[in-house]
Design a protein around this ligand. Structure first.
Ligand code: SF4
Length: 218
């Protein structure tokens, strides 16, 4: 598959098979930020437990998060793992938001895409995947999220040679697709769904709907 065609064709194939997923990872933009930090190095089901514990204790606002004693925050988010590090990162993010942007995520996320992204990347614990998740899911900005599922699927389909940087893979998508947050949201959701259903660590190639295009199967 030529890469240009491959990126577009992959979306059509996945969308045709799964239909619209409309995946949205949270009830509010601030919850997206919490989820994007909590999900680092852990499965989403653990994040859901941590967020449920937070919701049962405080209103989900940056101000309320800052008022929580650090030890209590650590205990609440313990299910998500690395809880000390993540509690510190959550409070640092909340403090930055309150002090620099009056607690308004909308204000932080208002600016040119790359300028906002660069600002997010200055925050401790916010790497490219976290920044892009916040931009896409909290801000509705067209910034493609690259995760381990994306690398796995594109690698197996022959669209990556291996060793590409995060920035190179992000560019692969963003240079070939219209800058459309809904499209990026849907595409990422489809990749995640496909990797959960078929392209697992041990792939189920015999029944995979992409097998006719997949060099690993052929
Ligand atoms: S054929 Fe196998 S390796 Fe290829 S995309 Fe499907 S599950 Fe993944």
């Amino acid at each position: 598959m030529v890469v240009q065609q491959g990126i577009e064709r992959l979306f059509r194939s996945l969308a045709g098979y799964y239909g619209p997923l409309h995946w949205w990872p949270a009830d509010s933009p601030w919850e997206v930020v919490l989820g994007a930090i909590l999900t680092q190095n852990t499965a989403w089901r653990n994040v859901e437990q941590a967020i449920a514990a937070l919701k049962a204790t405080i209103s989900l606002t940056p101000e309320a998060l800052l008022q929580l004693p650090l030890g209590q925050l650590e205990a609440l988010i313990r299910p998500a793992g690395f809880f000390r590090q993540k509690a510190e990162r959550l409070q640092l993010f909340a403090r930055y938001l309150v002090e620099r942007h009056g607690g308004s995520l909308a204000t932080l996320l208002d600016g040119t895409l790359e300028a906002v992204r660069a600002e997010l990347l200055t925050l401790k614990g916010v790497g490219p995947e976290t920044a892009d998740s916040i931009l896409l899911y909290a801000g509705g900005r067209p910034s493609f999220v690259i995760d381990a599922y994306t690398r796995r699927l594109l690698g197996r389909l022959g669209l990556l040679t291996g060793g590409e940087s995060y920035a190179e893979i992000r560019h692969l998508f963003m240079s070939r697709l219209p800058a459309d947050a809904d499209l990026f949201n849907e595409y990422h959701a489809l990749i995640v769904e496909h990797c959960k259903q078929f392209c697992r660590k041990r792939p189920l190639c015999d029944t995979c709907p992409l097998r006719v295009d997949c060099p690993r199967y052929l």
